[in-house]
Design a protein around this ligand. Structure first.
Ligand code: UCC
Ligand code: FAD
Length: 585
């Protein structure tokens, strides 16, 4: 512009108040807990290979994938019902960045890795780590990937029948031209939790052995997917259907045919959602959609539970990833933002706030890793019966607990940016909005608490014995560490209170378990995560922050169910007062 321009004094002074953008670097390299977990658990050769790949993936995320994710947020899907000539087309139009995410997911083997098993039982851990790094950069593409993984798991669990081999190959392909994603259509207008009573869709058998589905699916996420698994009631020769859970069967269907025409499906509309706006969630009419029965008749819920357990693990991945991302941004910001004459990082109260989030995130992360470690063992026939029981228990526990943690951490972290945190174009509100769904879809907190009870009943109580002995074994690893002893003692005490609670509950009618289910599940989550943090802190070469995280986690109320029982919270009078309080006036 030539020459010095005299800037008005007011503006020049105001410029020193500019707030700088937080810019975290390579997510893999900056995640100390992730790296120390992998170092502690992976065999050296596997560690060497995957850490190189993860570093490269971290760079790709930073430079290429995250900008695409932001494009997905800015260009949400739109629904075009008719073409210019009045023909009904029901086209869900997605942006180019969304399509590119699908290709990237294939190239990176985000689903394939788990089924190729090139690292044997560690493949699931490796896949989960990649998904965890990908999650907040994916522009919502983690959602279809969750369901894709769940569908592949169902097909594999069925022994990959010949008729589904082609679908399985597409779902687990590394070839972007071949890769498919799947939907999971369970929810109908009458209910998403109570699927057994909510499902009205019927299946009519055709002469060629296939079925035609008729019904209305009220929530179908990633509706641009290639295929779906869904539930319906088979109409018998007399034209009747069986009600309840025992009337539900599982079906596979393609969403479109080879010419991209919908499979006798009409899109009613796209949902107007608070978050996850990058991804299309549609209401769908099935008007005779061609489908294949893939479960035994009446075993639909049990068969789709293989999908549910995988998508719930993905939910945990999403929850931990949101927490980690928010903390990364928050701690970066604290290095740059000056208030009251010093950087935020030099305000002890601010550091205490972020450190509390960090402790929550560490507990959640180790819960996630423990689940995927057990899943990897189960999928390579290396899991003991105890491992399998524990996995069945931990999936709903971790899903319900981390879903709540993610919301709490995300909103707290948003506040750590002050007013900037509330500004749409910082991207922070996106993470907050997207975190809010984590405790709703894939089973709400209460429904999953009841699933925890289901897993107890199914194992005839054995799973609790496994839970307590596993916790005990982990605590013993810390027996030589004096600094961990207070934490060990807190977990022991809490486990003792939980044991007494279980014994009391076992005395017939002593505790209404339905009322205690949520507190009980929280107790399992807190005690188990405490044991995991202690185990991690007790390993050779652990850091002082590992020890501190274990101590701080274990200082909270670890067994809320015993505390609430002591307060009489589950008595009949208290329960009737719950309704009175809610409906007062
Ligand atoms: O929300 C959805 C997609 C969102 C988009 C994807 C996001 C992924 C995350 C992204 C990353 C950020 S899809 C919709 C999700 N819907 C749900 O989660 C449903 C919630 N409701 C439940 O979970 C209920 O508890 C039901 C539907 C499972 C209850 O059904 P029933 O039929 O009333 O229950 P029963 O009779 O107790 O169970 C029937 C059988 C039993 O086996 P058998 O007959 O052998 O005794 C159960 O043990 O199913 C078995 N079962 C299970 N088995 C039920 N649940 C499970 C389970 N979780 N694991 C193993
Ligand atoms: P309700 O069951 O009506 O729950 C209402 C309240 O009642 C909740 O607080 C719940 O915890 C509580 N409650 C329910 N039962 C009990 C009980 N027995 N005891 C105590 N409390 C109880 N579904 C699909 O199938 N496919 C999809 O792709 C899909 N995508 C979704 C995307 C988004 C963005 C959202 C928000 C939902 C999606 N869903 C999808 C639906 C979702 O899975 C359901 O909404 C969810 O499982 C809850 O079911 P519901 O809506 O019927 O709630």
């Amino acid at each position: 512009v030539g020459g010095d321009v005299e800037m008005p004094v007011a503006r020049r002074e105001a410029e020193t108040l500019f707030q700088e953008r937080p810019e975290p670097g390579n997510q893999y390299l900056e995640d100390a807990l992730l790296r120390s977990y992998l170092e502690a658990h992976l065999p050296p050769k596997v560690l060497e290979e995957v850490s190189q790949e993860l570093e490269g993936f971290g760079n790709r995320l930073l430079t290429k994938i995250r900008p695409l994710g932001w494009e997905c947020e800015l260009n949400p899907p739109v629904f075009r019902q008719y073409d210019a000539w009045g023909q009904r087309v029901d086209h869900i139009v997605t942006c180019s960045a969304w399509k590119r995410m699908k290709e990237i997911a294939a190239e990176e083997g985000l689903i394939a890795e788990a089924y190729e098993r090139r690292y044997s039982n560690w493949s699931r851990v490796y896949q989960a780590v990649k998904l965890y790094l990908f999650s907040t950069a994916s522009g919502g593409f983690n959602c279809p990937l969750a369901m894709t993984d769940g569908a592949a798991k169902v097909i594999e669990s069925l022994g990959t029948p010949a008729s589904l081999k082609n679908a399985f190959d597409h779902l687990t392909s590394r070839d972007p031209r071949k890769f498919w994603t799947s939907g999971q259509w369970m929810t109908e207008r009458r209910g998403g939790s109570d699927v057994a009573n909510g499902t009205e869709t019927v299946a009519r058998k055709q002469p060629d052995g296939t079925y035609r589905l008729y019904g209305f699916k009220w929530f179908t996420s990633a509706a641009d997917s290639d295929m779906a698994l869904t539930l319906a009631r088979i109409v018998d020769a007399e034209g009747h259907v069986k009600q309840g859970s025992g009337g539900l069967s599982l079906f596979f269907l393609r969403v479109r045919d080879e010419e991209e025409k919908l499979n006798s499906i009409q899109v009613q509309r796209l949902k107007e959602k608070l978050g996850t706006r990058q991804m299309a969630t549609a209401e769908l009419w099935l008007n005779g959609a061609k489908a294949e029965l893939i479960s035994a008749e009446g075993r639909g819920v049990a068969s789709i539970s293989n999908m549910l357990n995988i998508t719930r693990i993905h939910n945990v991945i999403g929850a931990v990833a949101s927490m980690r991302r928010m903390i990364s941004l928050s701690r970066e910001y604290a290095l740059k933002r000056v208030v009251f004459g010093k950087l935020l990082k030099d305000h002890p109260l601010h550091m205490q706030t972020i450190a509390r989030m960090e402790v929550q995130t560490r507990g959640a992360f180790l819960l996630l890793m423990e689940m995927v470690r057990l899943l990897g063992l189960a999928e390579t026939n290396m899991a003991s019966e105890q491992d399998q029981l524990l996995l069945r228990l931990l999936v709903p526990v971790a899903k319900l607990y981390t879903g709540k943690q993610a919301t709490a951490v995300a909103t707290e972290a948003m506040e750590s940016f002050g007013g900037q945190g509330y500004m749409e174009d910082t991207g922070l509100p996106v993470i907050v909005r997207d975190a809010l769904v984590l405790s709703i879809w894939e089973g709400t907190t209460n429904v999953l608490s009841l699933d925890v009870l289901r897993s107890l009943t199914k194992s005839q109580g054995q799973v609790m014995a496994v839970f307590f002995s596993t916790v005990q074994n982990k605590l013993e690893l810390a027996s030589s560490s004096a600094e961990l002893q207070p934490a060990v003692q807190w977990v022991r005490d809490a486990a003792g209170r939980l044991t007494r609670f279980c014994q009391g509950a076992a005395a017939e009618g002593a505790v209404p378990m339905e009322l205690a289910a949520r507190d009980f599940s929280y107790s399992l989550a807190r005690i188990y995560a405490g044991a995991l943090l202690i185990e991690h802190a007790a390993r050779p070469g652990s850091s002082c922050t590992d020890v501190c995280a274990a101590q701080r986690w274990c200082r909270q109320e670890l067994c809320p169910v015993a505390a609430e029982l002591g307060n009489g919270s589950y008595s009949a009078e208290e329960s009737s007062m719950d309704s009175a309080l809610v409906y007062a006036g």
